[in-house]
Design a protein around this ligand. Structure first.
Ligand SMILES: CC(C)(COP(=O)(O)OP(=O)(O)OC[C@H]1O[C@@H](n2cnc3c(N)ncnc32)[C@H](O)[C@@H]1OP(=O)(O)O)[C@@H](O)C(=O)NCCC(=O)NCCS
Length: 215
């Protein structure tokens, strides 16, 4: 026999919010989650942004919430001034923000994931990027956003003549990076109080090259 779950759905349409609560069988819920994931992927955009883009503030807040607060730190205590020289990649989802007092429909964007690329100074050939600050919004973990961000970062790196990406991966995220084709290249070490491993991936030039229109 199927399990039933009591669910509340909220649908935002223009200026109205429609809400309905009902009992739903488990297979229907699984179908609903799949549809939601497909819709999210359709709405998802991955792009390079500059620090003066308003989306950068969302990137900072997301990183603070997901990467820093859980380990008792604040991103805003750190020196972020060098990020102007780094590549900031944001995954955004579009929101339909119809304001009742405003006749014009306005599309706004929510940052649901991000990752940064920084030139690895340790590589004298300048062909390595260091991937850092890999984050997806907690509500959207496991929906393929992390994969899209890494794939974008790899294609972008190739377009900039890089052939390798390195990173300091948290122990809890090593499985994710393994799935993305990264290998562990160090013993465990502690960074910001939590266990990490150095990881690397050599990039294949068979991967297609992305356009680079920063916005
Ligand atoms: C790690 C993180 C970036 C992954 O992003 P995500 O959007 O959840 O990942 P995806 O949905 O794209 O997952 C891609 C694949 O990796 C797997 N995966 C995701 N997180 C994983 C983890 N922690 N361990 C093992 N596998 C993982 C998924 O199951 C999926 O596998 P599949 O393709 O076989 O289905 C995200 O969980 C996160 O922000 N975590 C908290 C912050 C963090 O630890 N960042 C890393 C700092 S080094």
């Amino acid at each position: 026999m199927c399990k039933n779950y009591f669910c509340t759905f909220a649908h935002l349409s223009k200026s109205d919010v429609h809400e309905v609560s009902l009992y739903i069988e488990q297979p229907v819920i699984e179908f609903y989650i799949q549809v939601k994931t497909v819709l999210l992927n359709k709405m998802l955009e991955v792009k390079v942004i500059k620090c003066d883009n308003p989306l950068y503030q969302q990137v900072l807040h997301l990183r603070n919430e997901v990467l820093r607060k859980p380990i008792g730190l604040s991103l805003f205590d750190e020196d972020l001034s060098q990020e102007v020289n780094q590549v900031i990649i944001a995954a955004t989802a579009n929101n339909d923000n119809k304001n009742s007092s405003d006749s014009d429909s306005q599309i706004s964007q929510t940052v649901v994931g991000c990752v940064l690329l920084q030139l690895d100074e340790g590589d004298s050939s300048k062909k390595t990027f260091k991937l850092r600050q890999m984050t997806t919004h907690t509500d959207y973990h496991g929906k393929g956003i992390g994969r899209k961000l890494v794939e974008f970062a790899e294609k972008f790196s190739l377009s900039q003549g890089k052939d390798r990406i390195i990173l300091n991966g948290r122990k809890v995220a090593v499985g994710f990076y393994n799935k993305m084709g990264f290998q562990v290249i160090s013993d465990e070490f502690i960074l910001s109080g939590i266990p990490h491993f150095k990881m690397e991936k050599y990039l294949s030039d068979k991967q297609c090259i992305v356009d680079y229109p920063p916005n």
